[in-house]
Design a protein around this ligand. Structure first.
Ligand code: PFF
Length: 508
């Protein structure tokens, strides 16, 4: 049986979809929080180096194997490197499922905060969920509002709604994705530009921008700054999850992928750059500190900054609403791509219909997203994450964000560099490309990138003890810090072995 996989109607449709995948929560909140955590200006140099030595070559690779094979990631790697290739592909899809689950939870919370912007989020007197610890606040307090939200059941409804919108956008494959991104992607650029203009015209707003760009040479010498920049680059460009391969497999075989890779990376990093300016300028007005987790940035710190945008309450609400709407739109075009990467892999492997593939993903996916929002309070002192859902999310994000993408990146360059032959890929890309990739490309894929990733992964693992989250004050739940990474590793491996060895229902 062969399936009709679909194609993009236009190159613009593909660029919008791929850049929409890349531009997401990673650009708006994770980038700013990482940039701050790793020392503002100290982050820039590693970040730009990561873009050129890692991001762009890997984007070319992932796009190239998509058009070359006309298949999604596991099947494309399977064609190139046999069963071990396919195993790597399915392993990455398992990682993508974990990310999808918590990514959608965050979007559900953003929806709650967006609704709150019109309600009482920016008003004084919100009540604290943990009465003994946080007193009702006399001032508008987004932290209190957020904990109130996540320690109740309302987010279940928001999360189901976000899943439903994703499935709706995905129901007709490329045709319906293209229709959605034509609206979503331009809107998110417009909203972001509005925020930047408001941010830098605020008194002191410009100081934030200066902080973001002032280099700090001490920071550059620290290995964790480099690991942060590499993980950020992978996540931000949607690499290591098979997404770009799936999207490229819907393009004609003679597409210029070197050029596409540069265009998508450029669009993504410019958005990130602009978002950094907007957020740093907002924060500096109040001398707010975006350290702490990425989530605290989006849900407590930025709303506090928005409070300072104007003395007129409706303008504050409007900007709050706009910010969360922007997060949701940017996040949707990314979550859609995460689900599509999985769906197209199932369709390619099993020959099932699109609706069956989507249902197969939605059932565990929705369950996982709901687990990440379990409202039970397990850390009343709030030294960690407060609720069970948020703790699960934080620890899962630590492992999958920092390791899954880098592991897969490493495995794919080894497979392409050594099994397929990086020179073969280079020739293939050059055949349709205006830009000539020289022998440096082969060197990067075969030696430089695998070496670099191996060092980054090894040094991160070495620095891992004590296990992430074990310093949290959560009596009775410490076992989660061991259980979550084990669960991720074992379940991804079993899932990947099962699908790799399942027979294919499709003729090539
Ligand atoms: N690139 C998206 C972001 O920056 O938010 C997130 C993402 C989407 C990561 C798709 C990975 C992926 F495969």
């Amino acid at each position: 049986m062969t399936t009709n996989r679909g194609t993009w109607k236009s190159k613009l449709g593909f660029i919008l979809a791929a850049s929409g995948s890349a531009i997401g929560l990673g650009n708006i909140v994770f980038f700013s929080s990482n940039a701050y955590q790793y020392g503002g200006g100290a982050f820039y140099l590693p970040y730009f180096i990561a873009l050129f030595v890692l991001g762009m070559p890997l984007m070319m690779l992932e796009l190239g194997i998509g058009t070359m094979t006309g298949r999604s990631f596991p099947m494309a790697l399977g064609k190139i490197a046999g069963k071990k290739g396919e195993f790597v592909g399915w392993w990455s899809i398992a990682g993508a499922l974990f990310i999808t689950m918590y990514y959608i939870t965050i979007l559900g919370w953003a929806l709650g905060m967006m609704a709150g912007s019109l309600g009482s989020l920016f008003e004084a007197g919100a009540t604290a969920p943990f009465d003994d610890y946080l007193k009702p606040s006399p001032a508008a307090n987004s932290t209190v509002y957020f904990f109130n939200l996540i320690s109740g059941w309302l987010p279940f409804f928001f999360i189901i709604l976000i899943w439903a919108i994703n499935l709706l956008i995905l129901r007709k494959g490329t045709a319906s994705i293209e229709r959605a991104v034509r609206v979503i992607v331009p809107l998110m650029w417009i909203f972001m530009l509005i925020l930047v203009v408001r941010g830098i015209t605020l008194e002191k707003g410009f100081d934030g921008v200066m902080y973001l760009f002032t280099p700090d040479l001490e920071g550059i010498a620290q290995p964790h700054v480099w690991r942060g920049a590499f993980s950020q680059m992978f996540f931000s460009l949607s690499l290591g999850m098979g997404i770009m391969t799936a999207y490229a497999s819907y393009l004609p075989r003679d597409s210029d992928q070197a050029n596409n890779a540069m265009l998508i990376s450029f669009l993504n990093c410019s958005f990130e750059f602009i978002a950094g300016i907007a957020i740093f300028s907002l924060l500096f007005v109040y001398a707010l500190n975006p350290a702490g987790t990425t989530l605290s940035l989006s849900f407590f710190v930025i709303p506090q900054g928005i409070n300072g945008i104007s003395a007129v309450p409706w303008i504050v609400r409007l900007f709050g609403f706009l910010f969360f709407l922007l997060m949701i739109l940017a996040g949707l075009s990314s979550s859609v791509s995460l689900i599509e990467g999985f769906a197209s892999s199932l369709i390619d492997k099993l020959g099932i219909t699109r609706s069956r593939a989507l249902a197969t993903i939605a059932i565990p996916g929705i369950t996982g997203s709901l687990l990440f929002t379990l409202p039970q309070v397990i850390d009343p002192s709030l030294s960690g994450d407060g609720t069970l859902g948020l703790t699960l999310l934080d620890i899962t994000d630590h492992w999958v964000f920092n390791y899954s993408l880098l592991f897969i990146g490493f495995a794919e360059v080894v497979l392409i560099g050594w099994v397929m032959g990086a020179d073969n890929l280079r020739q293939l890309l050059n055949r349709h490309s205006r830009l000539r990739l020289g022998p440096w490309f082969t060197f990067m894929i075969r030696y430089f990138i695998p070496g670099l990733l191996a060092v980054v992964i090894a040094s991160s693992l070495y620095n891992e003890a004590p296990l992430y989250g074990s310093s949290y004050d959560m009596p009775g739940y410490k076992w989660l810090t061991v259980f979550i990474p084990l669960f991720w590793l074992v379940s991804s491996t079993v899932f990947a072995l099962y699908l790799t060895h399942k027979s294919t229902n499709i003729s090539e």
